[in-house]
Design a protein. Structure first.
Length: 277
């Protein structure tokens, strides 16, 4: 990967292909989690930009909050001479995509949101309050394992307990991904996880966004995906949905073709509509 300095940190990034720019923003812990997705044939017609967020992978620290993440993404686009891009974000990365679009709507052509977390305050006040109560013990168990110095146990407490095979998914992301996730645990546990718990996204922020929005979900009938979908439709009434019934939160790495194909169809459809109008 290449390196560039933005906002006082060294960001590692990779650019592949030609065509309309598409920026991928990964979620927590694993810097290369979207590498399998970005290399799918369905997306080969795009200029695919992928980077490691600050404090993760080959990018330097310190870790930052959502404002820093937005500034980094926009600075990278500036450095690459990209005026506007289609944004694809997974999990925490999808939350960053929303923040980028709200702060810089003129830079975002479309958003593909791959299972962001809804704000905990929204969940607590919604019909999905039971979801938050089910998550809290997992977060407590994860924090306890981490504080005891057991990073692998902490990941098991959060992911394996939900039937998510984080080892296989990290392995699919590329060589060294498991070790990288352990090495960068401090960024997640001490900086990003607390920020996620405090994150909010207000209707007035969403009102600034007028680009097409795609909501991707695996097992959409389960409580947390249903909460996410309800939150996104509340913010973006014209949000389009695509579901992967047989997948899970890590399908972006383990079954990337099934994720890439509907994203490509969504972006191409709206790009054609833009040209026609």
């Amino acid at each position: 990967m290449e390196q560039t300095t933005v906002n006082g940190v060294e960001l590692a990034y990779d650019v592949e292909g030609e065509g309309a720019p598409m920026l991928f923003i990964h979620g927590a812990i694993w810097a290369d989690f979207l590498r399998p997705l970005a290399t799918q044939p369905a997306l080969s017609g795009f200029r695919r930009i992928r980077y490691h967020r600050r404090g993760i992978g080959n990018s330097s620290g310190p870790a930052g909050g959502f404002d820093d993440q937005v500034a980094d993404a926009v600075a990278l686009l500036d450095r690459l001479g990209v005026d506007g891009a289609h944004l694809v974000g997974h999990s925490e990365g999808a939350m960053i995509v929303m923040e980028v679009a709200a702060a810089h709507p003129e830079r975002v052509r479309s958003m593909a949101l791959l299972e962001p977390l809804p704000p905990f305050t929204w969940v607590a006040a919604s019909d999905f309050a039971d979801v938050l109560r089910s998550i809290e013990p997992l977060m407590e168990a994860m924090a306890g394992r981490y504080q005891a110095g057991d990073v692998i146990g902490a990941y098991d407490a959060l992911f394996t307990s939900q039937g998510l095979d984080w080892r296989s998914a990290a392995g699919a992301a590329g060589p060294g991904a498991v070790h990288q996730g352990i090495r960068d645990a401090t960024t997640w546990f001490e900086y990003e996880a607390p920020a996620l718990a405090e994150w909010s996204f207000r209707p007035e922020q969403a009102a600034a966004i007028d680009c097409p929005v795609l909501s991707w979900a695996a097992h959409p009938g389960e409580p947390l995906p249903r909460a996410t979908r309800a939150f996104l439709h509340e913010l973006f009434p014209r949000c389009e949905d695509v579901d992967l019934e047989a997948g899970d939160h890590f399908s972006v790495a383990t079954d990337p073709a099934a994720v890439a194909e509907p994203i490509a169809a969504f972006v191409l459809r709206h790009s054609s509509q833009t040209v026609l109008t």
